[in-house]
Design a protein around this ligand. Structure first.
Ligand code: FAD
Length: 306
């Protein structure tokens, strides 16, 4: 379903992010959890896109298999890093053939195995270049929906590490959105005040598309450390850290702290009228289920059309 129709149907959209399994065993494990995710009836799910050919194929395979099952509406992430124009065109055609409705267009993480990598050497150096390619594709009429793919991009409420100048960062976001974007999904954040301040700054910049808030229930200290690297610049409030450290060594209690924090964040965001919640699931259904069950406001009744 096109993102405009999803956001018109669901007052607060609910989406889950998966990463493509890196082995056949991990693929089987995820498949066994898919029905638990389906039972939560999210508005859509998104599938990340990584470096390297086989991982990239796994994104495509997972998207196509979810589409075939029918219960979850998959939104593939697509990145420009180490990707030629021709490869991207082929991917767009394949997704259009499978009637995938929306794409999250990203620059992509710098390749971990190439310290000399420079985005300026890429065919498409920035996410805006990919947005423009998708808009061009949409204009060819090759998609079954006359509107073409719905296009999403990333937003960074606490800034992006490569652009410390926050005013310039907002200019880049505005240019990206003006190129033809339908929605923004944010980097994870743990302090709602940062998100709302960023929303206000988006308003001031004239960015009017819906903003979907990225939320991650922290379930272990090692995950927290990994995320602090991946989402550099994110604030980890003292209250959250205090709770997590207090239960270091007690996996269940620590997980409860992380989930409760995320529930409080989501409850408050919904009360204040957020457009949507995007849960970074790390492919784990347990924490996601506990979080969603605590949010009756965003749960869709069984029988509502998908
Ligand atoms: P851009 O919009 O290109 O921005 C990157 C940097 O370039 C920013 O600092 C921006 O200010 C700057 N910039 C933009 N335009 C210009 C310009 N014209 N001149 C100079 N500087 C400019 N990574 C993956 O590899 N795979 C994924 O699946 C993935 N999914 C993600 C999902 C979400 C919701 C988020 C928030 C991030 C995700 N990422 C993923 C990480 C993301 O690709 C990286 O954070 C990347 O560094 C930034 O991507 P972007 O799309 O915002 O890039």
């Amino acid at each position: 379903m096109h993102i405009h129709d999803i956001l018109a149907r669901d007052e607060t959209s609910l989406s889950f992010e998966f990463f493509p399994p890196r082995s056949d065993e991990a693929a089987r494990a995820l498949q066994s959890r898919i029905s638990s995710f389906e039972a939560l009836r999210p508005s859509f799910v998104s599938v990340t896109y990584g470096a390297g050919g086989s991982t990239r194929e796994r994104t495509h395979d997972l998207v196509v298999s979810l589409k075939a099952r029918g219960a979850l509406d998959p939104v593939p992430h697509l990145t420009c890093v180490q990707q030629t124009d021709a490869e991207l065109q082929e991917i767009l055609h394949r997704y259009a053939e499978h009637e995938v409705s929306n794409i999250l267009a990203l620059r992509g993480d710098a390749p971990a195995d190439d310290p000399s990598w420079n985005n300026a050497d890429e065919a498409l150096p920035h996410a805006i270049d990919l947005v423009q390619r998708i808009v061009d594709f949409n204009n060819t009429g090759a998609h079954h929906d006359p509107r073409g793919f719905g296009i999403g991009v990333a937003g960074f409420p606490e800034g992006h590490p490569e652009t410390p100048n926050q005013l310039r960062q907002m200019d880049h976001l505005k240019a990206k959105v003006d190129a033809g974007v339908d929605w923004i999904t944010t980097q994870m954040f743990f302090d709602n005040a940062r998100f709302w301040d960023w929303c206000e700054r988006c308003d001031l910049a004239g960015i009017t598309v819906p903003r979907i808030a990225g939320i991650m229930p922290v379930t272990s200290l090692s995950t927290l450390r990994r995320m602090a690297d991946l989402a550099a610049g994110t604030t980890f409030p003292a209250g959250l850290l205090r709770g997590l450290h207090q239960w270091e060594g007690d996996t269940e209690a620590l997980e409860r702290v992380g989930i409760e924090w995320a529930i409080d964040q989501c409850t408050s965001l919904v009360k204040q009228g957020v457009d949507g919640l995007h849960l970074y699931t790390l492919n784990r259904s347990n924490a996601t289920r506990q979080l969603v069950e605590a949010l009756p406001e965003v749960t869709r009744e069984a029988g509502e059309s998908t």
